[in-house]
Ligand binder design. Structure first.
Ligand code: NAP
Length: 305
């Protein structure tokens, strides 16, 4: 066996799992279809990861990647397409090859939920974005809408305001899901809010020129001129590999695990955002560590738990 533990997904959970696997003497590999780092890479700043009062998401994940690389081999740009459980191990089929390992830890995270309205796909990359840190700079001095009312949406709105955008948040209810402290900060910084409203269409010619919004309380519609739309309405689990392998998912598509990250299939574990829950970096790290310790047992190594 070239590797004993294969970790699918190089975000906080995956890197943490890699550190625990490697430090326990297991030959571990991390596969990531991109360059690793997960969605935290898009966080303008992280202020609730112990040890770092405030750190850009990119910086935190670079540190984790460097740390994990000490203990596991990193295979970036290699997508895991399928896992097949055999009696004595698991076959991992990737975009580049085939591996036989003792255990797999799925840390595939989540992806951005889409609005599914007219114009969203058409203007993707031409005014429609899912990442303020990545694309915000192009909208400096211009008006943008942020759609959503969760922590991510409000953090993005504050960030966009900070880089000089005129920002309006469109939220479907009359109160935010985001923490009160974030709401207060956004209001203090001059972020505007349009409540009880949904985006029905994104309009423009070459690029975005506006959004058509409907007030869900009184049914009134209006068009708001904006140059950019940042969609921040939550995440969906990346569960394709799990689904194909017959791993049990909950009603929202998140992988069901026990306390130690075990799935319904022996040798397959899961950790981090793909398992749902409160989806914090610190919890993803903890889950990665636990799944790794549980996986060690399966490959016949000692584990402190
Ligand atoms: P979220 O908390 O699930 O919020 C999604 C928001 O989008 C909600 O306000 C929701 O409205 C709205 N929404 C959902 N579908 C919609 C649709 N089709 N049309 C219009 N609006 C829609 O997602 P998130 O903000 O991405 O956060 C994900 C997780 O990461 C959460 O657990 C969050 O706490 C965590 N997170 C934490 C931090 C932090 O701790 N600093 C930072 C970022 C994210 P309703 O409110 O009406 O449902």
């Amino acid at each position: 066996m070239e590797y004993e533990i294969a970790i699918v997904g190089g975000g906080a959970a995956g890197f943490s799992a890699a550190i625990y696997a490697g430090r326990s003497g297991a030959k571990a590999v991390v596969f990531d279809k991109g360059m690793g780092g997960g969605l935290t890479m898009e966080a303008p700043k992280v202020e609730n990861y112990p040890g770092f009062k405030s750190i850009p998401g990119v910086e935190l994940m670079e540190k984790m990647k460097e740390h994990a690389s000490e203990y596991a081999e990193m295979k970036f740009g290699e997508e895991v397409k399928e896992i097949k459980v055999k009696e004595d191990g698991v076959e991992v089929l990737t975009s580049k090859g085939k591996y036989f390992v003792g255990a797999v830890i799925l840390c595939t995270g989540t992806e951005h939920r889409k609005l599914n309205v007219k114009g969203e796909e058409e203007f993707a990359g031409r005014g429609v974005s899912y990442c303020a840190t990545c694309d915000g700079f192009f909208f400096k001095g211009r008006k943008v809408a942020v759609v959503g009312g969760g922590n991510s949406a409000i953090i993005e709105a504050i960030y966009l305001k900070q880089i000089g955008c005129d920002v309006v948040v469109i939220h479907r209810r009359d109160e935010l899901r985001a923490e009160k402290a974030l709401e207060n900060e956004a209001k203090e910084k001059g972020v505007e809010f349009i409540w009880n409203s949904i985006v029905e269409e994104i309009i423009g010619k070459e690029t975005v020129e506006g959004i058509k919004v409907k007030n869900v309380k009184n049914g009134k519609r209006k068009t708001i001129k904006v140059d950019g739309v940042f969609v921040s309405i939550g995440e969906e689990p990346q569960n394709e590999v799990a689904k194909k392998a017959g791993i049990k998912l909950d009603e929202n598509g998140y992988i069901v695990t026990d306390e130690m990250g075990r799935t319904n299939i022996a040798r397959i574990f899961a950790a981090g955002d793909v398992t749902g829950g409160i989806r914090q970096i610190v919890t993803a790290c903890a889950q990665g560590a636990k799944a790794s310790l549980a996986a060690l047992k399966v490959i016949g190594k000692r584990s402190p738990y």
